[in-house]
Design a protein around this ligand. Sequence first.
Ligand code: F6R
Length: 605
Amino acid sequence: MCGIIGIASNKSVSMNIINSLKKLEYRGYDSAGIATLTNNTINEKKCSGRVEELEKILFKNPSEGNVGIGHVRWATHGIPNTLNAHPHSSEKVSVVHNGIIENSDELKKTLEEKGFKFKSETDTEVITLLVTESLKKSDPLESVFKTLKKLKGSFALGIIFKNHTDIIIGARRGSPLAVGYSKEENYLGSDSYALKSMTNKISYLDDGEICVLSKSEISFFDANQNKINKKIHIVSDDENTADKGDYKNFMSKEIFEQPNTAKKCVSEYIDSLKKDINIYNFPITPGEIEKIILIGCGTAYHSCLVAKYWFEELTSIEVEIDIASEFRYRNLKFSTKNLYIFVSQSGETADTAAALEICKKNKVKTCSVVNVVESTIARNSDWVLPIHAGPEIGVASTKAFLGQLIVLYILCLKLSSVRNDIDKKSYNINIENLKKLPDAIAKTLKSEGDIQIMAQEFLKARGSMFLGRGSSFPIALEGALKLKELSYLHAEGYPAGEMKHGPLALIEEGLPVIVIAPKDKYFEKTLSNTQEVIARGGKIFFITDIKKRLLSTNIRLRLRVPHLDNFLSPILLTIPLQLLAYHVALLKSCDIDKPRNLAKSVTVE
Ligand code: F6R
């Protein structure tokens, strides 16, 4: 989390820094700051709150300078206030930091003993003061190298120097950092997204690397201070899609974009002529894969959970799923016959990237299902399956979840076909149904009116519950997560069959309970579980794909989504839940694209 930008130019940089920070706000938005260099002075300006506030400060009191750094923060050490906002400057240097310095307390104590005074509660300020101390005897690059040796933890850094007004030094360990090239200026950024409006020529730093950039040149060094060359990537120009258009916010745009997301993704992977799936170059011969392990965080983990049901149903491969923050610390038995699949929209999630790193160390084959193909996770995995969803800006993931599900389902179908786990006829039918998915999503989105009515009923609720069985269970989890993060209303997702083992105690008169019940092998069982909730006063919202009107009494609202086949039901059943969370949040006037306490790209552990 947190966003870093740095620009070295032959013209004033502050306005471009502000514009880039606005793009980076999805990474953190509790405070913002900028530092530029003019006449051997560091001009530092910062505030709590959004970049808009910083812009107002600069409007009243502009910051000149052709070299500068900026930051948007997602607080880890110290509350989100002006003092803790980045940059953190001494009389000699100014630092922006993304990540966590794990030994900051120790380092702070040593610096205080030497007489250094701290202004903030952050871990970052130790970096500022360590570099300041080193500068007494060393040049900027040497000072940064010396400082990095003392740091434990993860970081991406941008540093400017009062007495070296033409350079910015960047460093990476654990947290992503990119540089961008242009004719008369060069850039530093915590991801390529912030740089894309200025350049499409980007290099990514690897762990341990340092870069020194001026307006005309960028040099790279490895951890041993050797000069190195970096590959320049030309990144795809999908910038235009990162615009709200006529929508109130990015989230509604991204929800309503889903028919197109599905269309694009399906057309990338399905060869309509050959009636086959275009997935080749498996890192392990498909017939030899013994186990698939799917790993992700949050919403991405939910897509792994849905995929588990698909792989179990359609292939003979054993499947395990894991939350990345758990996976990375477990004592696992790795096998070269297993395929480890990492699911991540951003491709920068720290826990998922660390879990991938562990797999690499154990020399097992890895695959990533990502939206950002230039990301760390994509670059570090053996095999990449992009979801082609385009930039997702709303912090709550919607279209990327849909893309992850589609790609995982397509991968599952392909594996079932090449391993002869599925007959040709069923394979063809499943592919045909996939092609109908975009239209079915568009039809499902038409339920928005009913959902607006449903959302009213959540306004006075003290909590809510989402129930499902089989592949609808992860959809219940996802529905509850979306409602929690957007509307701040407590929501629990449960397998419907678990209710009587405890959660039934939570049911009281009027508690909204969303039951997700497609016509599958669990349907009758889910109906029985629903009756148990009704008997205890729960207010039922029943989301299904069956036509027949069942349980007409005691159901507050029954919503029907189109039916294609049982495998695609979880995808369609997700849409009303996204809309529900969106409309409850809208009625409660919550900040839809930037829910409190959250950030889009979780690059700290
Ligand atoms: C919830 C949400 C998060 C992310 C999670 C993983 O709406 O967006 O739970 O899914 O932080 O992020 P990625 O997919 O970027 O690894």
